[in-house]
Design a protein around this ligand. Structure first.
Ligand SMILES: *Cc1c(COP(=O)(O)O)cnc(C)c1O
Length: 375
């Protein structure tokens, strides 16, 4: 039994079997381990609906941000220009990384409660023919909003622009036809919707694009080309010490994803969790901040119910009842977040809602109906 139910979008609540996989001393220098890595790489491509000829799945040590940074480090030169689309913290982080490598970085910013607008992106690109790369976040975990990746990428592709999609919190938990999106790179990590534990990121990279960049990287550890080359030519061998326990746990989590019925079944469970939780929260007087058509089934932002709401007190109260919730990240609004991914089921949502209903300061909405944030 887990001590806590994590309502956070990774690390999240994992299964008993995933945890038990780690009760072992696993070696890196081992053929079974390398083969497990290869199986994971193939399985990720299968889930992504892409072929092994067109794409490669590269695993890289570190959290999700290391995966994004490895792409920027390896795939973009100082002569290139990247446009980053931002409606939250993770888009901003991608831009910050690009600037750190001295790459010409353009930012197109949208309000945090609004999805990226593909028409505005197209108009911007029309005025900026110097753009060679475009980076965007599919599910901006800052709020839980979904961005229209497909629309933006179709246009970028027609303009010959390379694309980087941060699908960190959606990949494995929402059906994504990566072949249809046709990105140059799509990045996610072990501790999100596949329900593993933290320790590595993975990049689904277009082979012909990655192979053009054997010498672009400025950093050795985050050289995605080298990492892929080592894995391809040495049957799944990682460069440097890898998180063996995390890798075995991830393989177990992928088996469990299959057993659950694949991504479609997991998506249905997450969507049910999210809708049930949101209905229950509305009934208790809490307000969400996003329109229904852009609200993801992964994580939901709720407004503080009163002007003097004490988040820490609420957090401690729920933690004592085993539920660990997540602070808000919206710049201009007092919010907290409830994630509903991981080993979370109907009964957990019921228990959570009962716990929240029992909080002694029952939320009495006093704030005016939420309006669009204007910058
Ligand atoms: C979790 C997450 C990341 C990566 O964050 P890390 O803390 O580095 O794992 C990046 N983008 C999005 C959208 C995320 O949800």
């Amino acid at each position: 039994m887990s001590d806590y139910i994590l309502l956070t979008p990774g690390p999240l609540t994992t299964s008993q079997a995933v945890k038990e996989t780690m009760l072992n001393d696993w070696s890196t220098w081992d053929v079974d381990y390398n083969e497990t890595t290869q199986w994971i790489r193939r399985e990720l491509l299968r889930i992504a609906h892409v072929s092994e000829e067109d794409y490669t799945a590269v695993l890289i040590q570190g959290s999700g941000s290391y995966g994004i940074e490895s792409v920027i480090n390896t795939g973009i030169t100082a002569e290139d220009t990247i446009l980053v689309l931002e409606n939250g913290a993770y888009g901003r982080r991608m831009a910050q990384m690009a600037k750190g490598y001295g790459i010409n970085t353009l930012e197109l910013t949208f309000a945090e409660d609004q999805p990226v607008d593909a028409n505005q992106v197209a108009a911007f690109l029309e005025l900026h023919p110097e753009v060679t790369h475009l980076g965007m976040v599919h599910l901006e975990t800052t709020t839980g909003i979904l961005n229209p990746v497909s629309e933006v990428l179709v246009d970028a592709h027609e303009r010959g622009i390379e694309t980087i999609v941060d699908a960190m919190s959606s990949f494995g938990g929402m059906p994504i036809d990566v072949a249809a999106w046709n990105p140059s790179y799509l990045v996610s990590s072990a501790n999100k919707a596949i329900q593993g534990v933290p320790g590595f990121a993975f990049v689904i990279a277009k082979r012909e694009v990655l192979n053009q960049h054997s010498t672009t990287a400025r950093s050795l550890s985050l050289d995605l080309y080298d990492q892929n080359h080592e894995m391809d030519t040495h049957n799944g061998k990682w460069r440097f010490t890898s998180p063996t326990h995390v890798v075995y746990a991830f393989a177990k989590a992928l088996e469990e994803l299959r057993a659950e019925g694949g991504v479609a079944a997991r998506y249905a469970r997450y969507a049910n969790n999210q809708q049930k939780l949101e209905r229950g929260m509305h009934a208790l007087g809490f307000k969400t901040i996003l329109a229904d058509d852009v609200q993801s089934p992964i994580i939901t932002s709720y407004m503080f119910p009163t002007a003097d709401f004490d988040f820490q007190r609420f957090y401690d109260y729920l933690k004592a009842k085993r539920f660990v919730i997540y602070p808000g990240k919206v710049s201009k609004l007092p919010t907290f977040r409830l994630g509903n991914i991981g080993e979370i089921y109907d009964a957990d949502i019921d228990e959570l809602l009962t716990a929240i209903a029992g909080y002694d300061i029952l939320p009495i909405p006093v704030l005016a109906d939420f309006k669009t944030i204007t910058d």
